[in-house]
Design a protein around this ligand. Sequence first.
Ligand code: GLN
Ligand code: ZN
Length: 762
Amino acid sequence: MLRTSVVGFPRIGAKRELKTLVEAYFKGNISREALFSGAQELRRNHWLLQKKEGLDLIPSNDFSFYDTFLDMACMLNVIPLRYKELGLNDIDTYFAMAKGYQDDKRDVKALEMKKWFNTNYHYIVPEIDDSIEFKLNSSKVFEEYQESLAEGIETKPVIIGPFTFLKLSRIKTNKDFNELLLAVLPVYEEILDRFNDLQVKMLQIDEPAIVMDLSSAKVNSFVNIYEKLLARKGRVKVLLQTYFGDIRDIYKEVISLDFDAIGLDFIEGKKTRQLIRQYGFPSDKILFAGIVNGKNIWINNYALSMSVLDDILNFVSRDRLVLSTSCSLLHVPYTVENENKMETYYKENLAFAREKLRELTDLKQLLQADNYQENLIYQANQEIIQRKKISQDFFFTDVQAKISSLSSKDFIRQPSFSERIKKQKEILNLPIFPTTTIGSFPQTAEVRKLRSDYRKGNIGTEQYKNKIREYIREAIKIQEEIGLDVLVHGEYERNDMVEYFAENLRGFLITQNGWVQSYGTRVVKPPIIFRDVKREKAITVEWICYAQSLTNKLVKGILTGPITILNWSFPREDISLEETAFQIALAVKEEVMDLEAAGIKIIQIDEAALREKLPLRKTDWNSEYLDWAIKAFRLVHSSVKAETQIHTHMCYSEFADIIKEIEAMDADVYSFEAARSDLSLLDVLKENRFCREIGLGVYDIHSPRIPKVTEIQNILNKITAKLEVPKIWVNPDCGLKTRGMAETVPSLINLVTAVQKQRQML
Ligand code: GLN
Ligand code: ZN
């Protein structure tokens, strides 16, 4: 029987209920019981919605209070001693791992956090050291399954497979990968036993790590562990779910293993169809075909999907086919229905999570129809697709002319860094270890209310601007009092570093409720790039110049870079990412030139999301992404004067393997998040003779804990041991917007104090 399924459903809720709930618990405003029952209600709503939309196979355990990878770590008892020793209950231990823990006596940092493959979701990185003893430590997955049964829904529980779990964990023991796989195997076997006891019909095991480049040793590891594990599956049908690409390095092996079903990505998996054509698909297995894009928000083109499905049906019989999403719907917003201010003209082109459920049901219906082209659902879909294609609304001829007239010198800044930096040192006249922050200051409830009042029209422009100026004055005053060297205006006018620029450039569509989880309780609202991008007016100049007018110290102008704007938006699919990146770069460049003309001497262009869309396979890195991404950044600053100092900031990702490309961005100063990953970047910078100026984050801003002076001094010692003093800047890991003033001020005071002590010592 032809069926439908999704890899996972967004857990955050239509109105961000999960965020509200968990944050209320953090603040101590609700009890543990209220937290749990609120979560239960959310799960129930999501299951019922999926059922209502006609989905056949509904996932469970895709819910999480913070992160499903962290859930998996707890399930396997991968809880480092320092968290166990806090002696907290289960849920508080869990939150301590996620966000750190601090009270009068104790002070434990959070686990590291990393980007989840090429998405803007971040997972908590489990830490496996010698003290870890794998054992079944949580019954969440079983309870949620039973909970779904009680709602009359037989769900398919989802867990992360052992291969991906270990591959993405931080291994701090001498045991090798295969030993660890064998060590964790008994827990997975026990999980299967428990599912057999519960008479679960199908278990989904996520193994996205196999879409990456795999050595033959890793292929063997995978095969070995699953030969063993699948021997214990009993009556439970096991679905191996992959996503974010194709599994070209292991397809042959995977189809000969004893999985009952295999989930493949037909959207990002460029070779998925070819693999099936070449090696076939076993007739005893079920194919979960990911044909509805789980990452982007455009409606599915039924003509394209039907042709892919036609092709698939040459290899898989209809009763062994399940129509599914390319990845979890975690990465798209909840529903277009909540966009009640958006014009139909835009809306009809969009499909969020709920609409994607409907698309799956539609496609199932079309596949069952005798002549799908006659079907009204099909025709309505094709009409929308056609309307958009012929509309002239998506193009600006002036933008396209600028793009086509770009030549190689538009991407090269003159003179070279070594000459520029001399001039900059003279003009800027900063002390050694210049101190600064990354840009945003705490976004208090009051600041957020101000912006929302303005947005709603409750207050007028002048009133709004006066208030923002007041915040800027305060921020400048506080920074001067603290004694920072390079000041910022605080970014009070920005709700979000990408959305703000998207709102002020043409070509973007901003949603009202298009929230997507970024990590834990943090959600973002990615703008949609709907047409060609251009800048029609200055965006930040007014604020930054105002801040500069208040102080004799230097104020650094902060902008968001083109790659980050692109990567944190939902991109067009009708023109290339490269072309879109250049369009945005030209717009940001105009802002840079205006800031320079207005006398701003230091301009930071944030590229927090540079790595995000890096292809998962190394062989594609340069040709498919880095070549144009780095060029786009260079385009932004290639025309500034030698004296103007260009900074960039990057965070929460691996930099080691792209450090050469990062240097090729040709900024003068780089600030990197580093505190949560133990400064491991230091060696990388040293080994690669990274010659720019560098500010490694000296404390983690995702946690409310206040770093001690000695702690920062220790970090500075480590840094000076490896980098030359004249190159070193000192700053927090990232922007301070998620923090409160109460911890920000003492943290920055400690930062400056530590620097003063170090300066004295030198
Ligand atoms: N300038 C931004 C800020 O300070 C940078 C944020 C980020 O890197 N994510 O908030
Ligand atoms: Zn950052």
